[in-house]
Ligand binder design. Structure first.
Ligand code: NAD
Ligand code: ZN
Length: 369
């Protein structure tokens, strides 16, 4: 039987509905959850080599216990090999084991694993059932939900991909125990962002209980991650293909954030760190437009710092950041669509932001040192 206490959300899409389960020790339920999702056949588990063998072993056992004959492959799944060569290795492995139409491919790892293994699942035999087991906080609250799968090309990030929804997303909070601290902070940036854009209560929880949250002790952290997951799931269900006005709100902080990543060279700042700085630039813009007061901007800065996130960037110029925002793929073909806050939990989009205001706000997040 499915355990509904652990259910964070049901994502509703044109490719079907699926459960997002969030709990400590959730991996023990992977077999029953897969049966519940109507899956049968064999399981092909592709795990990030960063995962401890015991964690992979537990998943393997939980699958076999429920009748899924399982093959396991571990791969180095980092941004630098999120490419077609790595996908090719998965295809060769699936071919060797004669993986069939009703067999399930499972991704276990961070966002790179989900995107890349998901792309392999979407294309093997024109698509086989796919399950996400995200193991980084960023992939839990963000990348694993919504069906975007992709790999990088030398010409750019995520240039080859598809919308391919999983049949199940299973998140085991215990997996976070081995995640490096800086990666945790990057994940908190996206989780806090969900509060900033859509849920003032969630933001409030992040502000009031930073220690409980970051130690992952007790129920509160699990419940809060579940709530953050729910927001992403609601947004995706409302605007699956990013054609409406909802999914774009998730890009809060991302216009300047992506520019910071590009200008500093990918790798200097983690994505979540760049987004934290980008959210400070966005809040500065909103303040100058009279949408937010200074007090709220300070409040946002304080919560980000409390979760070990940077709020300023060094080694870049205003000109370089402005140039990069203009070439960001999301803004191509027109003016930049800025996501702005009108208050806690209230995000809107604006296209009419004068460049002087953007420049002044970007200058404020560049530190001189
Ligand atoms: N599909 C989407 O909607 C979407 C959204 C946001 C980001 N993304 C993609 O996600 C990727 C970033 O994801 P990420 O931040 O999870 O990075 P990641 O997958 O690179 O994982 C971060 C690091 O943590 C390691 N790791 C993961 N889980 C671990 C664990 N439990 N214990 C120890 N180490 C662990 C990984 O090996 C890696 O070194 C990018 O490629 C980005 O394009 C996709
Ligand atoms: Zn992001």
């Amino acid at each position: 039987m499915a355990n509904d206490e652990n259910l964070a959300a049901v994502v509703s899409t044109t490719q079907g509905d699926y459960r997002v389960v969030v709990a400590r020790g959730a991996i023990e339920d992977i077999g029953t959850e897969m049966i519940n999702a109507g899956l049968s056949g064999r399981a092909f588990l592709v795990a990030d080599v960063a995962m401890f063998p015991t964690a992979v072993h537990r998943a393997h056992e939980a699958l076999e216990r429920n009748g899924f004959v399982t093959n396991v492959m571990t791969l180095e799944l980092s941004e630098s090999n999120k490419n077609l060569d790595t996908v090719q290795k998965i295809y060769e492995w699936l071919a060797q084991h004669r993986a069939e139409r009703l067999d399930t491919v499972i991704a276990m790892g961070g966002g790179v694993a989900g995107d890349l293994v998901g792309f392999a699942a979407a294309t093997w035999l024109r698509g086989v059932p796919f399950v996400q087991v995200p193991t980084s906080l960023a992939s839990m609250v963000d990348a694993s939900i919504g069906g975007k799968v992709a790999v990088n090309l030398p010409a750019g990030k995520n240039l080859v991909g598809a919308f391919y929804q999983p049949k199940l997303v299973l998140q085991d909070i215990d997996h976070l125990k081995t995640l490096p601290k800086r990666e945790m902070a990057g994940g908190w940036a996206e989780a806090i962002k969900h509060g900033l854009i859509l849920d003032a209560n969630l933001l409030d929880t992040f502000e009031r209980f930073p220690d409980e949250m970051q130690s992952l002790k007790g129920d509160l952290a699990v419940k809060t991650i579940r709530r953050s997951v729910q927001i992403k799931a609601e947004v995706v269900s409302a605007d699956e293909f990013e054609r409406g006005d909802t999914r774009v709100l998730l890009n809060y902080g991302h216009t300047v954030g992506h520019a910071i990543e590009a200008v500093s060279g990918y790798g200097k700042y983690l994505h979540g760190e760049a987004v934290a700085i980008g959210m400070m630039a966005a809040a500065g813009i909103a303040e100058k437009l009279g949408m937010l007061d200074r007090e709220f901007v300070d409040r946002q800065r304080a919560v980000l710092q409390r979760y070990n996130l940077p709020v300023s960037v060094s080694g870049v110029t205003v000109d370089a950041i402005i140039a990069a925002t203009k070439s960001d793929k999301k803004s191509r073909g027109g003016t930049i669509r800025w996501v702005q806050l009108e208050g806690p939990g209230k995000a809107v989009t604006r296209r009419d932001v004068p460049e002087e205001i953007v420049r002044a706000s970007v200058a404020e997040v560049i530190s001189k040192s």
